[in-house]
Design a protein. Structure first.
Length: 253
């Protein structure tokens, strides 16, 4: 927990002439780094408070906590496995394990909350299922009611199994090549579209689930980062997931 408990303060910005600006800076004082510049109505929620609230109020066992800090600590992701939530087998040997990921930011880039996630386990390796199954998030604008997390989690639990049924359905459908091209054309650039299409066409699994996992592999292992900045990889993945995989679920394959 010490890793995410670094000191942070808020300071209103002003001009050289002393005029107060309608923004404030969020400053990490142990490294003297400005983590973000936000509006005056931004309500800062410490990373530690988010993690402690999740671990206290989520009504299931959370294990194997893993922190990821991005943007010099401005953004936090905290991933947990949820061993009491049963695995889903999409087809023989194709197993999905469920988990939970909390998130928060000091720069306004992300809200504060959590999402139910999953990962596909095969041959000792795994791919994250790149769409959060269900998300609760709150903007940094008012009081954070952490006790509500329990009720929101229980409301979203049925979405686990509904989503697993969708994956099983996808494993029986072979999409049309034209539909794949149209989808990729909407969500990625021309170079990446070509790369992903080639990978899909070269693999054995030609189902919608197979296409989904080509995209999952890219999101998990192959996202290209500017200046090879691995510290910010999870943010790049998160943004890719929102853009690509939310749309994937609305295609009539």
């Amino acid at each position: 927990m010490d890793r995410i408990s670094f000191p942070v303060v808020q300071k209103r910005l002003q001009t050289e002439d002393g005029l107060k600006a309608p923004v404030k800076a969020i400053i990490r004082t142990d490294s003297n780094v400005i983590l973000g510049v936000v509006g005056l109505d931004y309500k800062m929620v410490p990373h530690k408070e988010v993690v402690e609230g999740i671990e206290k109020y989520i009504p299931t066992t959370l294990e194997n906590r893993r922190f990821t800090l991005c943007r010099d600590g401005a953004i936090l992701f905290a991933f947990y496995s949820t061993p009491l939530i049963g695995d889903a087998e999409i087809r023989d040997g194709d197993v999905i394990k469920f988990g939970l990921e909390a998130f928060n930011s000091y720069n306004g880039e992300l809200a504060v909350g959590f999402m139910l996630r999953a990962k596909r386990v095969q041959n000792g390796a795994f791919l994250f299922i790149p769409k959060s199954i269900a998300t609760i998030s709150m903007r940094h604008r008012g009081g954070l009611n952490l006790p509500e997390i329990k009720d929101e989690f229980l409301k979203r639990m049925p979405l686990f199994m509904q989503t697993a049924m969708k994956w099983k359905e996808w494993s029986t459908i072979t999409p049309k090549q034209d539909d794949i091209v149209k989808f990729l054309d909407k969500v990625v650039g021309e170079r990446l579209q070509k790369e992903l299409l080639e990978k899909y066409n070269s693999q054995f699994d030609k189902t919608v689930w197979g296409l989904y996992n080509v995209l999952a592999n890219y999101a998990t292992n192959e996202i290209k980062l500017h200046k090879n900045n691995e510290d910010n990889k999870r943010v790049s993945q998160f943004n890719f997931e929102k853009k690509v995989f939310s749309a994937f679920y609305f295609i009539d394959w």
